[in-house]
Design a protein around this ligand. Structure first.
Ligand SMILES: *[C@@H]1O[C@H](CO)[C@@H](O)[C@H](O)[C@H]1NC(C)=O
Ligand SMILES: *[C@@H]1O[C@H](CO)[C@@H](O)[C@H](O)[C@H]1NC(C)=O
Ligand SMILES: *[C@@H]1O[C@H](CO)[C@@H](O)[C@H](O)[C@H]1NC(C)=O
Ligand SMILES: *[C@@H]1O[C@H](CO)[C@@H](O)[C@H](O)[C@H]1NC(C)=O
Ligand SMILES: *[C@@H]1O[C@H](CO)[C@@H](O)[C@H](O)[C@H]1NC(C)=O
Length: 623
C-alpha cells in the first residue's frame, strides 16, 4: 500500500520532469530501471482489452506478457531472471506506467494488475533456488530441450509447438526439484526460451505471441500470417467462433447489466434490510456479533480451512445450526454494493447439489477495518479431496463414488442450463466438492467470485496477486465456455475412480491423470484404472463407463468434449459413449498447439489450456 501511494505521488512529479527538464539525470538516491521499455510503445500488441471498456482480466494478462518481454531483455543483458531489488522493480513499473500513458492507456492499470512490485524481485525461493543463468544451468543442465527447440522462427507453427512442448518438459524438470513453485518455474522457462535461446529475441512479435502468449494487434497477426491454407482455415474458424462468442457475451452482459441496474435502485435501502431476511431468498444478513458468537470469536480451534481467497471457520448459530463461515480476503475488487448484489443473486440459486448460502455479513470496524463474510451450511464430511486422500476419514465405496460423480454432474448441469445467465464455475476440483452427512456431494464456491462481468472478476487479483507471473497460461486462458467446466469435471471423475491426483508428482516425469488413464484405456486395461479399494465392488461395465466418460470430458480438444448434459446422460447409460477419439491429444501436440496459436492470433483466445492449467496449478498450490 505504502509503495503504491508513493507511486501515485511520484507520477505527476515524474511527468513534470520528463516534460520540462527532460535531461535531468535521475536522482542518485532513487533507482532507475535498467531496461529500455520503449518497445511498449512500438511493439504491435493488442491494446484493445486495456482501453475503454477495460477488460481488466485480459488486460492484466497482456501487461504481464508485455513486462515479460522486458524481463527477457533484462535476462539477456544481466543473466538475472528478475530484478535485483524492489527499488529497481518499482522504478521499472513506474517507467512502464509512463509508457502506457503515452499510449493513452490508463496507467493506474499497473498498480491494479501488479499490486506488489516484489513479485518481480529476485528471490531464491521463487523457483528451485534459481536467480540467474548460472543457477539455471546447474539445475537443468547446459543444454535443455528449450535450447534445441526454441531458436527458430516462431512464425512456423511446428517450431512454436516444439518450443512450447520443450517449455513443459523443462518446467516439469524444475517442478520435480521444487514442486511448490511451478508457476514461477514455468515463467522462468519461458523467459529463458525467449530471452536467451530465441535468435529473434523477445521483441519479435511471433516469438512473443508463441512463447509469452502475447495477444498481437490485428496488424501484427496479419504480418505473421504466412498464408498457409491450414492456418487460414483455423483462423477463419477462430474468427467466426470469436465473433459468435463475443456476440453472445455482449447480449448476456447487456441483459445482466439491465437486471443489475434495476436492482441497484433497490440497493440503496440495503442498510435498512441488514439484520433482516432478504426478500424471496431466505438468505440472511448476519451481524458480526452473531458470527463472533457462533465461531467463538473466530478462534483458531474453529478454523477448518484456508484458501487463496479466504479462511473458513466452523460455527454454531444460536439456534444450534452448524454453519461454515468464510471470511473473504478480497475487499477491493468489488464494492459493498456489488458484493451484496452478488450475494443476493447467489442466495437465490438453490439446488440439491449446490452448497447453499445462508447469508452474509459486511462490517466495518474502526481498528480491524472492513471485513466480509459468507455463511454456508456446514458439511460434516469435508471435501472430496479430503475423502480421497490417504488420511481421509474413510475410504469411499463404489456406490458413494458413483453418486458423488452424478451429484456433481447434476449440480453443474443446473448451473449451465437452468440459470440465466448461466454460471460457469471455472474452478471445479476435488477441494470444491463438499460432502454432507449422507455423503451427498455439493458443489461449492460457485458464482460469487465468478459470475458476470468477467473483466472485473475476482480472478484479476488472483492473476496479479497469488499467481503473479503466470502470464502465458492466463493469456491462453481464453474465452470461457461451459466446456472448461466439463474438462475439470472429467478430471474429477478420473480422480474419484482411480483415487489418484490430477498430477502424479511422485514419479518423474510428472504424469497427467488424463494421459495415464488414456494409455490404460487404450491398451484395454481399464480395470487397472479403478482404485484398488473399489476394484472388486462394482459391476465392471458401469465402472468402465464412468472412466470412459471421464476421459472424454477431459479431452484436450474442446470440440470433442461432451456438454455436461450429454456427459450426465452417458453416465446414466441413457446414451452410448462414442468411441474414444483417436488420442486425447497430449498437451503440446502440434494440432492442438496450432489451433491454439491461431486462435490466439486471430480471434483472441481459445480454451484447452484453460482448464488444464487452472486445475494443474490449483492442485499444485493446494500442496
Ligand atoms: C508484497 O509481498 C510481500 C511478500 O510477498 C509482502 O511482505 C509485502 O508486504 C507486500 N507488499 C505490499 C505493498 O503489499
Ligand atoms: C531503496 O530506496 C530506499 C529509499 O527510497 C532506500 O532507503 C533503500 O536503501 C533502497 N534499497 C536498495 C536495495 O537500494
Ligand atoms: C521471497 O519470497 C518469499 C515468499 O513469497 C517471502 O516470504 C520472502 O520474504 C522473499 N524474500 C525476499 C528476500 O524478498
Ligand atoms: C517456493 O517454495 C518454497 C518451498 O519449497 C517456499 O518456501 C516459497 O515460499 C515458494 N515461493 C513462492 C514464490 O511461492
Ligand atoms: C548467481 O546466483 C548465485 C546465487 O543464487 C550466486 O552465488 C552466483 O554468484 C550468481 N552468479 C552470477 C554469475 O551472478
Amino acid at each position: 500500500m505504502d509503495n503504491n501511494n508513493q507511486q501515485f505521488m511520484f507520477l505527476p512529479f515524474l511527468l513534470f520532469f520528463t516534460l520540462f527538464i527532460a535531461t535531468t539525470p535521475s536522482a542518485s538516491s532513487s533507482a532507475s530501471c535498467p531496461i529500455d521499455l520503449s518497445y511498449v510503445e512500438t511493439f504491435p500488441w493488442d491494446t484493445s482489452t486495456c482501453r475503454d471498456p477495460i477488460d481488466t482480466h485480459h488486460c492484466c494478462q497482456s501487461l504481464l506478457s508485455l513486462i515479460g518481454i522486458g524481463l527477457a531483455k533484462h535476462l539477456k543483458e544481466t543473466q538475472l531472471f528478475q530484478f535485483p531489488n524492489e527499488n529497481i522493480s518499482s522504478a521499472c513499473l513506474q517507467d512502464f506506467k509512463l509508457k502506457l500513458s503515452s499510449l493513452k492507456i490508463q496507467p493506474l492499470l499497473v498498480p491494479t494488475c501488479f499490486p506488489n512490485s516484489t513479485q518481480f524481485v529476485t528471490n531464491t525461493s521463487s523457483c528451485a533456488g534459481i536467480s540467474n543463468i548460472t543457477d539455471w544451468k546447474q539445475k537443468v543442465g547446459m543444454i535443455t530441450p528449450l535450447d534445441t527447440s526454441c531458436n527458430g522462427d516462431m512464425k512456423s507453427e511446428t517450431t512454436c509447438s516444439m518450443c512450447t512442448d520443450a517449455g513443459f518438459k523443462v518446467t516439469s524438470q524444475l517442478t520435480d526439484i521444487d514442486p511448490k513453485n511451478s508457476t514461477k518455474c514455468f515463467y522462468f522457462s519461458i523467459l529463458y526460451a525467449i530471452g536467451i535461446v530465441n535468435q529473434f529475441g523477445p521483441t519479435d512479435p511471433a516469438a512473443a505471441a508463441c512463447i509469452l502468449g502475447m495477444p498481437l494487434s490485428s496488424k501484427g497477426s496479419s504480418e505473421s500470417n504466412n498464408g498457409k491454407i491450414l492456418k487460414l482455415v483455423f483462423g477463419l474458424l477462430g474468427a467466426i467462433v470469436g465473433v459468435v462468442l463475443a456476440f453472445v457475451l455482449i447480449i448476456m452482459y447487456k441483459k445482466w447489466d439491465k437486471m443489475r441496474r434495476e436492482n441497484l435502485y433497490h440497493r440503496s435501502v440495503e442498510n435498512s434490510v441488514r439484520d433482516s431476511v432478504l426478500p424471496n431468498t431466505g438468505a440472511k444478513w448476519f451481524h458480526i456479533s452473531e458470527l463472533e458468537k457462533a465461531t467463538n470469536k473466530f478462534s483458531l480451534k474453529n478454523k477448518i480451512g484456508q484458501g487463496g481467497d479466504g479462511v473458513v471457520y466452523k460455527g454454531t448459530l444460536s439456534d444450534g445450526t452448524l454453519v461454515a463461515v468464510k471470511e473473504i480476503f478480497d475487499l477491493e475488487t468489488r464494492g459493498d454494493e456489488e458484493f451484496c448484489y452478488e450475494v443476493e443473486i447467489i442466495s437465490k440459486i438453490k439446488h440439491r447439489y449446490l452448497l447453499a448460502l445462508r447469508g452474509c455479513c459486511v462490517t466495518s470496524h474502526s481498528v480491524r477495518g472492513k471485513r466480509r463474510f459468507l455463511v454456508y451450511d456446514y458439511m460434516p464430511n469435508g471435501s472430496l479431496s479430503y475423502q480421497l486422500s490417504v488420511n481421509g476419514a474413510n475410504k469411499l465405496t463404489w456406490p458413494q463414488r458413483k453418486n458423488i460423480i452424478l451429484d456433481v454432474a447434476k449440480g453443474l448441469a443446473y448451473l449451465h442450463y437452468e440459470i440465466k445467465p448461466p454460471i460457469f464455475h471455472r474452478d471445479i476440483k476435488a477441494t470444491n466438492i463438499l460432502l454432507d452427512s449422507k455423503m451427498k456431494a455439493k458443489v461449492a464456491d460457485f458464482g460469487l467470485a465468478k459470475q458476470g462481468n468477467e473483466g472485473q472478476s475476482h480472478l484479476t487479483t488472483r492473476v496479479a496477486g497469488t499467481y503473479g507471473y503466470l502470464a502465458p497460461e492466463y493469456a491462453l486462458y481464453g474465452q470461457l465456455t461451459e466446456k472448461s467446466d466439463v474438462y475439470s469435471f472429467g478430471i474429477v471423475i478420473l480422480e474419484v475412480m482411480s483415487g489418484r491426483k490430477v498430477l502424479d508428482t511422485m514419479n518423474s516425469p510428472v504424469v497427467l491423470i488424463t494421459d495415464w488413464a488414456w494409455s490404460h484405456a487404450k491398451s484395454g486395461k481399464v480395470d487397472e484404472i479403478f482404485d484398488e479399494s473399489i476394484r472388486d465392488e462394482g459391476p465392471e461395465k458401469i465402472m468402465e463407463r464412468f472412466v470412459l466418460v471421464g476421459i472424454l470430458c477431459a479431452h484436450a480438444m474442446v470440440a470433442l468434449r461432451p456438454t455436461i448434459a450429454e456427459a450426465l446422460k452417458m453416465l446414466e447409460g441413457d446414451i452410448d459413449i462414442p468411441n474414444l477419439p483417436d488420442r486425447p491429444v497430449p498437451l503440446g501436440h502440434e494440432s492442438f498447439q496450432s489451433s491454439l496459436l491461431n486462435g490466439m492470433q486471430q480471434s483472441g483466445r481459445s480454451t484447452p489450456f484453460t482448464s488444464f492449467y487452472s486445475s494443474t496449478m490449483s492442485t499444485i498450490s493446494r500442496n
